[in-house]
Design a protein. Structure first.
Length: 278
């Protein structure tokens, strides 16, 4: 399987050491969030260039590791319109240089009407969803110019909080440069997790053909709340996930997240076994 990890889930280290650590674990891909993996480098808006992107990409290519996603997680519906535009412009800068990194997907969630990104039911109204549509249209228009994919990830705390809303976004933004980063756990809550198979199956039915990346993490229920945990250490039915994904998306990238040491090796072995047996 094409298995990878969020690069910043491996403790911060210089570029070459990071790449060597990923390679030593037999992983073939990363999701790379520049500011999180390289906090000492200037990766703010206006800092990127073909030279910088080639330098980073070359280090990963040397070990045959794909930068499967450039993570640029922004608040695309920030209540301050000036801040919102800065966020969109930062994402578009990643789009322009994605190919120099050797990457074709720039990914994000949809954000929050609350500037501090805390949970709020205000995200679940029509206006935040329509604001997401407008922001995604702006990003996709840029992506179409550069032959890059905008990867959007749904989540129960965001305006895209159900599989149906993801499908609606895909219908309203009529472009194949918009694809889905599918994280099954992000669609579950402490109240709905026991129906996880139904929710996951609905998602696959509605937009399985548009899934470009699968995020792999796990969850537990603690004190009535759903909490993320390392892959294979929780309640997600990975047998079911693999049974649905493997036939329709052969060799798709599974990218581990919320999985750090000392659990990475166990999680790799767990995912490989589940994929092999699907």
């Amino acid at each position: 399987m094409n298995l990878g990890i969020r690069a910043h889930d491996i403790s911060n280290r210089p570029l070459e050491e990071l790449v060597e650590e990923v390679a030593s674990k037999g992983l073939s891909a990363v999701q790379l969030a520049l500011g999180k993996s390289f906090p000492d480098l200037n990766t703010s808006l206006g800092s990127l260039s073909p030279g910088f992107a080639h330098h980073i990409g070359k280090a990963f290519r040397k070990h045959d590791i794909q930068i499967a996603v450039l993570g640029c997680y922004i608040n695309m519906i920030h209540p301050d319109l000036e801040e919102r535009q800065k966020a969109l412009d930062r994402f578009k800068e990643h789009i322009r240089y994605a190919r120099d990194f050797g990457c074709s997907i720039v990914g994000t969630e949809t954000g929050n009407v609350n500037a501090k990104m805390g949970y709020t039911v205000d995200n679940f109204h029509e206006k935040p969803f329509l604001d997401v549509v407008e922001s995604v249209k702006e990003l996709v228009a840029e992506a179409e110019k550069f032959g890059v994919i905008v990867g959007i990830e749904a989540g129960v705390n965001h305006p895209l909080y159900t599989p149906k809303l993801m499908r609606r976004l895909l219908d309203l933004v009529d472009s194949n440069n918009l694809q889905v980063i599918f994280d099954p756990v992000n669609l579950l809550t402490a109240e709905t997790y026991e129906n996880q198979e139904g929710i996951i199956e609905e998602a696959i039915d509605l937009f399985g053909d548009r899934i470009a990346i699968v995020h792999a993490k796990d969850f537990v229920i603690e004190n009535g709340k759903l909490e993320f945990t390392a892959v294979g250490k929780g309640l997600l039915n990975y047998d079911f996930v693999m049974k649905l994904i493997k036939p329709i998306k052969p060799q798709i990238n599974f990218l581990m997240e919320s999985t750090t040491e000392p659990y990475i090796d166990d999680s790799i072995a767990f995912l490989r076994e589940k994929y092999e047996n699907a």
